[in-house]
Design a protein around this ligand. Structure first.
Ligand code: PEP
Length: 251
């Protein structure tokens, strides 16, 4: 059975006090048992606090990014070893905001993927087409090249540490959501690609999350599709009730 996952990307939101308050509320209100793993990705500066707070709760803390180099003169960056020493074992790579605003290309992301895997991280690897790509019906080709150039080079055994997150850029933070049918169509396409490029067993075992304006009122319908294994949530993960309402959509 593939893992179901609901992950919250808090982006550049929440200072330390707000991080603690949100985690307190999530911990207090989250169901005792759930079929999905709950992941939160606070900013770098709040990771240590988040790891300490969530200890023993089942909530997984992820970083939003990581540098590809081991160490050195990269002002403002954070390395794999730094994250590991803070007991962070999961990292989001390739978010569309990193690609758009920080120049992260498929080539850079392939290096980040290698570094993360070499350090034993679980990667949530993001990709997705822009509006113009979908309008020109180029969306499958764009997604395929993001995957082929960014992550399909890894060794087969490393796929156990990879979660994919399909996030159409036109649906991120816009209130526009891919319809459940559009999400399913792309997720099935991705699973097929993995089956051909890697192996049918890996395709079957890899969780593919959907991201893009998921809210409590549309989560169940999207997560109900056979190839959608959960969600990567931005805006709605900043409110505990909304985030947990989305988690409910996966049951
Ligand atoms: C995201 O940034 O990954 C995301 C899906 O954002 P939102 O849920 O706000 O669209």
């Amino acid at each position: 059975m593939r893992k179901k996952i609901v992950a919250g990307n808090w982006k550049m939101n929440n200072d330390i006090n707000q991080t603690i308050a949100l985690l307190d509320e999530l911990i207090a209100k989250k169901p005792e048992t759930t079929s999905a793993k709950l992941v939160v990705a606070p900013s770098f500066i709040n990771l240590t606090t988040a790891v300490a707070k969530t200890n023993g709760t089942g909530i997984i803390v992820a970083a939003q990014n990581m540098h590809q180099a081991e160490s050195g003169a990269f002002t403002g960056e954070v390395s794999a070893d730094m994250l590991k020493s803070a007991h962070v074992n999961t990292v989001i790579l390739g978010h569309s905001e990193r690609r758009a605003y920080f120049g992260e290309t498929n080539e850079i992301l392939a290096k980040k993927v290698d570094t993360a895997l070499a350090h034993g991280f679980t990667i949530i690897f993001c990709f997705g087409e822009e509006l113009a790509d979908r309008q020109s019906e180029n969306h499958f080709a764009v997604v395929e090249s993001q995957l082929r150039e960014g992550i399909f080079h890894i060794a087969q055994e490393n796929w156990a540490n990879v979660v994919l997150a399909y996030e159409p850029v036109w649906a991120i933070g816009t209130g526009l959501t891919a319809s459940p049918e559009q999400a399913q169509e792309m997720h099935a396409f991705i699973r097929n690609l993995i089956a051909t490029a890697v192996s049918p067993a890996v395709a079957e075992a890899t969780s593919i999350l959907y991201g893009g304006s998921v809210k409590p009122d549309n989560a169940a319908e999207i997560f109900g599709k056979p190839d959608v294994d959960g969600g990567l949530i931005g805006g709605a993960s900043l409110k505990a009730d909304d985030f947990l309402g989305i988690l409910k959509g996966i049951e």
